[in-house]
Design a protein around this ligand. Structure first.
Ligand code: C2E
Ligand code: CA
Ligand code: CA
Length: 456
């Protein structure tokens, strides 16, 4: 018995260990995991009870809850992607509506299944807060309206086939309310720890900037001739007690709190200082800096960036600014003006994370991009996926025609590097060449590797 409990605990532990680093996503996955277990267990239980009572239509409806549970568990392990959010939100709403319609109120037995709509609305508001307004506001509000409608009316299926037996309805009230309360409690506990954690990170990050716990690392980018053409600047945080904290955990918090603006300027200042240090060792390469949309939209960004670069005598021509498609949720006209202005001053623009589901090719036509960066998601399983190869080939062809360069990130093996170099003019970045290095190690790396043999 003890062994079984230990196995179950280590299964949950290994699951938690695999969850995404970013706290909010981590907790989203954990909530999906809980929902999956409850839907599977509840769905199987209700289906069994309905089969026993010869109510096969209702059993079929409950088996859809099991399917929802399986899908929920699947996304909990795989990670919730944009497409999954849409499928999941509509599916859950549809099933909640159908189940509420089977539950007709009697004089002494109130309706209870519609309470899942209330739970769904609360979960949606709290856990889809990084999604579009449709998912984080419209669907939860619609769900709340439906909850209200079911609470004050007796709307339900009229056919007897869809009516549960009274004996089940009596127990159903207890089970449904108990499960809904359990889910609401789970949602609130997970949200509380999410909120506390974010507040802690926000506070600690403010201190980290003052205490110099932050530093910038550089990851080289290699072209077809084996030249180190450029490097990406990646922020690092070494906390005195918690150790290394990955940027995926603190950048979203900094963005939500507005701290990203001073942090972004700090990164730019540090990059300029580091570039001066590189220049003093005769290392003269372009550096790519990740830019948050909030920073770009901040009034006076161009002026502030210009004075930061001016202080260290760095030219805009030596800087590439990386932005993702999420930037274009902001006013596109205003963005185009800012980007064109900086382009004229010499800045290069790179569209980051193409292929991650967050970037699309449309913006390449509308904005003055000089480079696209293919996300490492497309290199999963060592480029064995034919569809991914076709996407990369098409992006390279399109970029060549429109005079843009292509950077592929996440290159971890020589085999993948060779496949990519054979596709055309590409610049590669990844652990195969080097992990992101602190500036002094990066300078040593550059001195040792003037030329990387890409054809060995
Ligand atoms: P990103 O801009 O997509 O950065 C690339 C990420 O891929 C980096 O993660 C890098 O360490 C990682 N990477 C590079 N090569 C490989 C590889 O071969 N295999 C694997 N598995 N990973 C590889 P990192 O440093 O953890 O940064 C994560 C994200 O945090 C960045 O994604 C970027 O969005 C954000 N970030 C980092 N520094 C800054 C910054 O200064 N400002 C802003 N706004 N965001 C930043
Ligand atoms: Ca980047
Ligand atoms: Ca990227």
């Amino acid at each position: 018995m003890q062994g079984k409990i230990q196995n179950a605990t280590s299964f949950v532990e290994s699951y938690i260990h695999q969850l995404p680093h970013e706290n909010h996503k981590r907790r989203q996955c954990f909530l999906l995991f809980l929902t999956g277990i409850i839907c599977c267990v509840g769905g199987v239980g209700w289906s069994g009870a309905y089969i026993y009572n010869d109510k096969l239509y209702l059993a079929a409806i409950c088996s859809s809850v099991v399917m929802l549970g399986i899908y929920s568990l699947y996304t909990a392990f795989k990670g919730l992607r944009k497409r999954d959010v849409s499928i999941f939100c509509h599916l859950i709403l549809f099933i909640c509506i159908i189940i509420s319609l089977t539950d007709y109120p009697l004089v002494d037995i109130p309706r209870s299944s519609h309470t899942y709509l209330l739970v769904y609305s609360i979960g949606g508001v709290l856990f889809l807060r990084n999604e579009s307004a449709y998912f984080k506001n419209v669907i939860p509000l619609f769900s709340l309206l439906l909850y209200f409608t079911f609470s004050v009316s007796d709307i339900s299926f009229t056919s007897e086939k869809f009516h549960p037996p009274v004996s089940i309805m009596i127990n159903g009230v207890y089970v449904n309310y108990a499960l809904c309360l359990l889910l609401i409690f789970g949602i609130l506990v997970i949200y509380r720890s999410d909120y506390t954690n974010e507040k802690y990170i926000e506070f600690a990050l403010t201190k980290a900037m003052i205490r110099k716990e932050l530093f910038v690392c550089y990851q080289p980018q290699i072209d077809n001739n084996g030249h180190i053409r450029s490097a990406e600047a990646l922020l690092r945080w070494k906390h005195p007690t918690k150790g290394f904290i990955p940027p995926d955990s603190f950048i979203p918090v900094a963005e939500a709190s507005g701290l990203i603006i001073p942090l972004g300027y700090w990164v730019l200042e540090q990059v300029c200082r580091d570039m001066r240090a590189m220049n003093s060792h005769n290392i003269d390469i372009k550096v790519s800096v990740n830019l948050s949309p909030l920073q770009l939209m901040e009034p006076g960004f161009t002026y502030n960036a210009q004075s930061i670069l001016g202080k260290e005598l760095i030219s805009f021509k030596d800087i590439t600014l990386e932005i993702t498609e999420s930037t274009f949720l902001y006013d596109k006209k205003k963005l185009a003006i800012i980007m064109n202005d900086l382009s004229k001053k010499g800045v290069s623009w790179s569209l980051d994370d193409l292929g991650s589901g967050y970037a699309s090719l449309n913006v390449l036509n509308e904005m003055p991009f000089d480079e696209v960066k293919i996300d490492r998601a497309l290199l999963k399983n060592g480029l064995n996926n034919v569809k991914n190869i076709i996407i990369i080939e098409n992006v390279i062809e399109m970029a060549e025609k429109s005079g843009m360069s292509v950077v592929v990130e996440g290159v971890e093996t020589e085999e993948v590097a060779q496949i990519l170099f054979n596709m055309g003019n590409v610049i590669l970045q990844g652990f195969h060449y080097s992990r992101p290095l602190p500036v002094d190690e990066f300078i040593t790396f550059m001195k040792k590797n003037h030329q990387i043999n890409v054809f060995n």
